[in-house]
Design a protein around this ligand. Structure first.
Ligand SMILES: CC(C)(COP(=O)(O)OP(=O)(O)OC[C@H]1O[C@@H](n2cnc3c(N)ncnc32)[C@H](O)[C@@H]1OP(=O)(O)O)[C@@H](O)C(=O)NCCC(=O)NCCS
Length: 426
């Protein structure tokens, strides 16, 4: 903890600036600053009409003594207290609402906010932090590695799916999303997904914001709809979507924008996508953020007809290395000495012996034994959820193998049968 404090102290704000916790009565100031960081055509009054998702005791603002009423920078985090990691669950801090007023940019405010965020993660015993990056080039310098990728698919109406046994026995209901009617259903099915990095909207503030529909979110589409799949009256999946009506010379050219799908089995996935792919007056369907192993990819008869774009999903920072490494499982026996560099959190730096049985308990202890692999904490973060292979990173010169065979063995061990990813941007 002592060395940690050094980093927080070393990264100080310029004279006159101080950081303090925020309270709900500062929401207008928060939104004003956010509108400077993320330009929008929406009015502040409209934005104030949407419930704030912030967890206020995790929201911090930076003010200038000369103008104490305004914020010059902002950071917050969400508590994701039970997030799946390979073979386990962890308390995670989801860094969010990061913004610096353009007048103050590139003067080290972000650096200092990150240092304070790390200190708070330590205080709250959150061994990892996740984020979505507005620009991918920002966070690597702070030790965040790209831990998951997702696919966005664009499909033609009536794209053919391989049949799934039992799908015909399921019922699909279409409704308009309502917090009262669907809040528990969505929260229950979403929280049951066991995918590394699958953070869920566990605070009441996040759940309320997520279920609020507002013209601010529709971008020319209709109100938010839900397709619910049921087996014998029990929900086994849902999709959130909006349609947009358009007419071309040859008739209807509407589109469907799916924002999230959860299906507990193959039949539910088939039933959802079969309906979404054949809505009247539409020509095209875009998926939400799909994990790279989403069942839709294997359901499609002609996968090449789907236009696919891949994007960076969550970025991961290891805050407490021994706890993080020992809390996940590995998919093969492993005994490897990792030499880790971490200039910001030196408590993580040095040589660690990772030992684990396949899908069993693991331990990470300091060691003086010679290193097998050398890497930065950023690459360890990228590999942590099992979606980025150490071999892949070594191919880009980011991991160095000192003991022949160690890279292959560790790459297998760090992998995971379920691809990582989160279904929503926080
Ligand atoms: C991105 C943002 C938070 C950076 O804040 P800042 O106070 O200017 O950042 P700092 O001065 O602390 O910069 C720290 C380092 O990051 C680099 N950096 C900052 N923003 C960057 C960007 N957008 N792209 C690449 N590098 C960036 C700086 O050059 C600096 O590098 P160095 O350590 O080599 O000197 C700020 O510009 C902003 O609010 N942008 C718009 C909103 C946004 O993108 N927020 C992030 C949400 S995920």
């Amino acid at each position: 903890m002592g060395r940690m404090d050094d980093f927080a102290n070393a990264a100080a704000y310029p004279d006159g600036l101080t950081e303090a916790g925020l309270t709900p009565d500062r929401l207008r100031d928060v939104l004003e600053l956010d509108m400077w960081a993320f330009p929008t055509a929406d009015s502040i009054e409209d934005l104030l009409g949407v419930p704030s998702p912030l967890t206020w005791d995790r929201a911090f603002g930076v003010t200038d003594a000369a103008r104490p009423g305004e914020l010059v920078a902002l950071r917050a985090s969400y508590p994701f207290s039970d997030t799946p990691v390979p073979g386990g669950r962890l308390k995670v801090a989801g860094l969010t609402w990061v913004g610096v007023h353009p007048q103050w940019r590139r003067r080290g405010l972000l650096r200092t906010m990150i240092a304070n965020h790390f200190a708070h993660c330590r205080e709250r015993s959150e061994p990892i932090s996740l984020l979505y990056a507005a620009e991918p080039s920002i966070y690597g310098r702070f030790g965040y590695g790209l831990a998951a990728r997702h696919l966005l698919l664009t499909l033609k109406r009536r794209a053919e799916l391989r049949p799934v046994h039992g799908a015909g026995e399921l019922q699909v209901r279409f409704e308009t999303v309502s917090a009262e009617r669907h809040g528990d259903l969505i929260a229950g099915l979403h929280a049951a997904v066991d995918r590394p990095g699958w953070v869920t909207r566990e605070t009441p503030e996040l759940a309320a914001m997520w279920l609020t529909d507002s013209p601010l979110f529709s971008h020319g589409h209709e109100v938010e709809r839900i397709a619910i799949v049921e087996r014998d009256g029990l929900p086994v999946g849902y999709a959130l979507f909006r349609r947009k009506s358009e007419w071309g010379p040859a008739g209807p050219e509407g589109s469907v924008r799916v924002s999230e799908t959860v299906a507990t089995d193959a039949a539910a996935a088939y039933a959802l996508w079969a309906r979404l792919l054949d809505l009247d007056l539409t020509a095209e369907v875009t998926s939400g953020m799909l994990a790279t192993d989403d069942p839709l990819l294997s359901l499609l008869v002609d996968v090449r007809a789907a236009k696919a774009a891949w994007k960076d999903n969550v970025w991961l920072r290891i805050i407490d290395l021994p706890t993080a490494l020992a809390t996940r499982q590995y998919q093969s026996d492993v005994d490897v000495v990792l030499e880790v560099s971490d200039t910001l959190l030196p408590d993580n730096a040095g040589r660690w012996r990772l030992t684990a049985g396949a899908f069993a308990v693991a331990s990470a202890e300091r060691t003086d034994a010679p290193a097998d692999l050398v890497l930065d904490v950023r690459e360890l973060g990228a590999a942590y959820l099992g979606g980025t292979s150490l071999l892949e990173l070594a191919g880009a010169g980011l991991v160095t193998e000192l003991r022949p065979g160690a890279l292959r063995d560790a790459s297998v061990a760090f992998g995971w049968p379920v691809a990582p990813g989160s279904s929503w941007i926080f």
